[in-house]
Design a protein around this ligand. Structure first.
Ligand code: ADP
Ligand code: ADP
Ligand code: MG
Length: 472
């Protein structure tokens, strides 16, 4: 097993990897920018090194990170998610230094990072894909022609896209003409490559994804599916496992597609195969994420497995700790991405000092955070500052537990998505387990009527005002 792991990330996911290392007896090394010198991952890791003054450059410099790892005697690098996690450069530079990368091969990352290549691979593997273009579109005329053939609405998507960005829906040829150049110039800016392709827009779909993990000795398993249909602007907000919307037969179907794809791609380590489920209950492959995902926690809660530890084991050349027949799911789990955003104000980021933080507790409650009382959330990074994951035996009990745990958190000083989630959990469709990716857009009122939470700070302010008023 490894002795020292460099964690090429920050925030809650870096803390998550520190925790896995601690349980496995591996020394953890954090890296940080100046903006992160007070960050939790720096405090929690066994050692921490300043990688750069700039808030982003250091976390994105594969050469510098791997040279540092080598100089510090690390034998492994964990990429987390975001940053360099989907760059083939990190495994390549690791190999140069004789360091193990905790993830798939550079080749797998490259192939799946290209959404068009990934679609082709899925087709070869006999996995259904969303109808669309074979390759990147060469120009707007080709785009219009193809859209007429596929039928509207269609989606223009960045070939190298990710994080819910670079996706545009077009309902007619005017919209394709209007969007094509914008889509490719946005793609160039965001992902460094202008290529855009087209998919049929699946109407009212469910986002269903399957967690897989494979070791180097031919053992490949799936850890069931997650339902990530609660999204805002193609970005996930709430994730659930297993999906309350699938039959057992549908679960088996989608999980076997995921295994089929991973096998034919000769995939190693953890990965997620994403699908859309249409109104006729057909699954379509959408993309594969070649890394640990934000929402891996819900899968851990229903299976009892530690996905990060399994990733590390596989990277070290050890077999997975389990075989498919030994993996079962029990109950339901739901994760809320606690974002520092103002739900009433179009979710604009709300960075600043957390004046008071109390993590919720009690049965079936897990928090993965990167915050503490007094911490100032820097404006340079993701607005997600914590993840609340709840688990319960039944779907009904899970919804109740989610409500209880959301009410249990104290987070003052910044605006968060917590009150918004409380509203979603009250909605009848959600409670019935009936929702698609259009749920959030279809219910803008849930963001608007988010109640003010009676926090301790507010209570104190009210008490002070009363005292003044009474002239006491
Ligand atoms: P998940 O797929 O695990 O649900 P997200 O799509 O929310 O995760 O992405 C996790 C993090 O990685 C986010 O910070 C997101 O902005 C970032 N990210 C994902 N894909 C890309 C990409 N291709 N380029 C840049 N950032 C990305
Ligand atoms: P990313 O790499 O940014 O995660 P995805 O291809 O996974 O991009 O798509 C993100 C989300 O966008 C999906 O979960 C879904 O809600 C929506 N989406 C993407 N493609 C389609 C499609 N063809 N039809 C309908 N919705 C789509
Ligand atoms: Mg995706």
């Amino acid at each position: 097993m490894f002795r020292k792991m460099l964690i090429a990330n920050r925030g809650e996911i870096a803390v998550r990897v520190v925790r896995a290392c601690a349980e496995m007896g591996i020394r953890s090394m954090a890296i940080y920018s100046d903006a992160d010198k007070n960050a939790l991952h720096v405090k929690k890791a066994d050692e921490a090194y300043r990688i750069s003054a700039h808030p982003l450059n250091g976390y994105l410099n594969a050469d510098k990170i791997t040279s540092l790892a080598a100089a510090l005697g690390c034998d492994a690098v964990h990429p987390g998610y975001g940053f360099l996690s989907e760059s083939p450069l990190l495994p390549r530079y690791c190999a140069r230094h004789g360091i193990k990368f905790v993830g798939p091969s550079a080749q797998s990352i490259e192939r799946m990072g290209d959404k068009v290549a990934a679609r082709a691979l899925a087709e070869t593997a006999g996995v259904p894909v969303v109808p669309g273009s074979k390759g990147a579109l060469v120009n707007v005329n080709e785009a219009v022609k193809l859209a007429e053939r596929i039928g509207y609405p269609v989606m223009l998507k960045a070939v190298g896209g990710g994080g819910g960005r670079g996706i545009r829906r077009c309902d007619n040829s005017d919209e394709v003409r209007h969007s094509f150049d914008r889509a490719s110039s946005e793609a160039r800016k965001a992902f460094g490559r202008a290529d855009v392709f087209m998919e049929k827009c699946v109407v009212n779909p469910r986002h269903i994804e399957v967690q897989i993990i494979a070791d180097g000795s031919g053992n490949i398993v799936h850890l069931f599916e997650r339902d990530c249909s609660i999204q805002r602007r193609n970005q996930k907000l709430i994730e659930i496992a297993p999906s309350p919307q699938l039959t057992e037969k549908e679960r088996e179907e989608v999980c076997s597609y995921a295994i089929q794809l991973a096998l034919s791609a000769d995939y190693q380590n953890a990965g997620t195969v994403e699908f859309l489920l249409d109104e006729d209950r057909r699954f379509y492959f959408m993309e594969m994420n070649t890394r640990l995902q934000v929402e891996h926690t819900v899968t851990e809660q229903i299976t009892g497995l530690d996905i990060v530890q399994e990733q590390i084991r596989v990277a070290a050349g050890e077999p997975l700790s389990v075989r498919q027949k030994d993996i079962h799911h029990r109950g339901y789990a739901m994760q809320f991405r606690i974002n520092a955003e103002d739900p009433r104000n179009d979710f604009i980021p709300s960075f600043g000092r957390i004046t008071r933080y109390y993590a919720p507790g009690g049965p079936g409650v897990r928090t993965d955070g990167a915050i503490y009382t007094g911490y100032v959330i820097p404006p340079y990074y993701d607005s997600m500052c914590a993840k609340l994951t709840v688990w319960a035996l039944s779907w009904e009990a899970l919804v109740a537990r989610g409500q209880r745990a959301l009410a249990d958190i104290v987070m003052t000083g910044i605006k968060t998505t917590i009150p918004y989630y409380q509203q979603i959990l009250k909605h009848n469709d959600f409670r019935r387990g009936d929702f698609d990716t259009g749920f959030v857009a279809a219910h803008p009122e849930l963001a608007n009527v988010a109640p003010l939470r009676r926090t301790e700070d507010e209570a104190l302010a009210i008490a002070a005002a009363l005292v003044c008023h009474a002239g006491m």
